[in-house]
Write a protein that binds this ligand. Structure first.
Ligand SMILES: CCCCCCCCCCCC(=O)SCCNC(=O)CCNC(=O)[C@H](O)C(C)(C)COP(=O)(O)OP(=O)(O)OC[C@H]1O[C@@H](n2cnc3c(N)ncnc32)[C@H](O)[C@@H]1OP(=O)(O)O
Length: 208
């Protein structure tokens, strides 16, 4: 992790102070296994007694992890920028490849877990991808922490699963507290899958 990445969670506005977490031996592989489980949970059709066995194993995992819950900002999930989705299961398992004031670029695939219908990604996961990139664009540009006021997506082509895609976002202009940002999602041939514009509004002191 670079020094540039180390300070991206510093305190702004009314947000709590977040610090980046270090990658450890087991956390990244654990998150990937959980993602595989998510993919399987939405794609298997075994006999019901197999679900019974899975329930028992899942309960063991719950019992193992439950004592270790911590407040927001202290868990590794979401704080390790070198991991896909920063190690957060909520985030798409994409890798950040560029993070500087010129913009943010992330690449990755939508998986079976993200299926909408007829082999394509669910339309609701694209705003998640864009919104997360815009949060990083704001930080990478050195702007104070901001929240999304609006986010407008144009779905230009059906979004495939298991196909490498790229999202590139940038800061277009600043008006006082307002950061106007935009991003494009493309496939490896350069075909435009979706584009997006959003307004990020800088939080006032104490604003949640
Ligand atoms: C590694 C890094 C990880 C980074 C990890 C950290 C990531 C954090 C980023 C997460 C991003 C999110 O998804 S946040 C989650 C989704 N978003 C939210 O929950 C936001 C909910 N909404 C709000 O909290 C509020 O509405 C705000 C803060 C956006 C704005 O409220 P406010 O502070 O009272 O300001 P307000 O006066 O209304 O607006 C300020 C200016 O913006 C304009 N404005 C406000 N809303 C709109 C709008 N929808 N469309 C057009 N313009 C608007 C106003 O006209 C005004 O312009 P003018 O008169 O000044 O010209």
């Amino acid at each position: 992790m670079t020094e540039q990445h180390d300070d991206v969670f510093e305190h702004h506005g009314g947000f709590p102070k977040f610090t980046a977490a270090e990658e450890t031996e087991n956390f990244g592989p654990f998150v990937e296994q959980m993602r595989q489980l998510q993919d399987l949970a939405v794609s298997v059709a075994p006999p019901d007694d197999v679900f019974g066995e899975a329930r028992a194993l899942a309960q063991k995992l719950i019992d193992l992890l439950e004592p270790y819950q911590v407040p927001e900002g202290q868990q590794p999930a979401g704080r390790i920028i070198s991991l896909p989705g920063r190690g957060s299961l909520l985030m798409l398992p994409w890798q950040v490849e560029r993070f500087d004031e010129g913009g943010v670029r992330a690449t990755g695939v939508f998986r079976r877990f993200h299926l909408g219908g007829n082999g394509a990604a669910h339309g609701g996961v694209l705003p998640l991808a864009f919104d997360d990139v815009f949060g990083m664009v704001v930080h990478a540009s050195g702007r104070p922490i901001s929240r999304t006021a609006f986010l407008h997506i144009n779905y230009r082509a059906v979004t495939p699963l298991n196909t490498k895609l790229t999202v590139e976002g940038r800061l277009d202009r600043i008006e006082g507290r307002k950061s106007f940002v935009s991003a494009r999602m493309t496939d490896e041939s350069g075909k435009l899958i979706a584009d997006c514009e959003a307004l990020m509004v800088q939080l006032l002191p104490g604003q949640p």
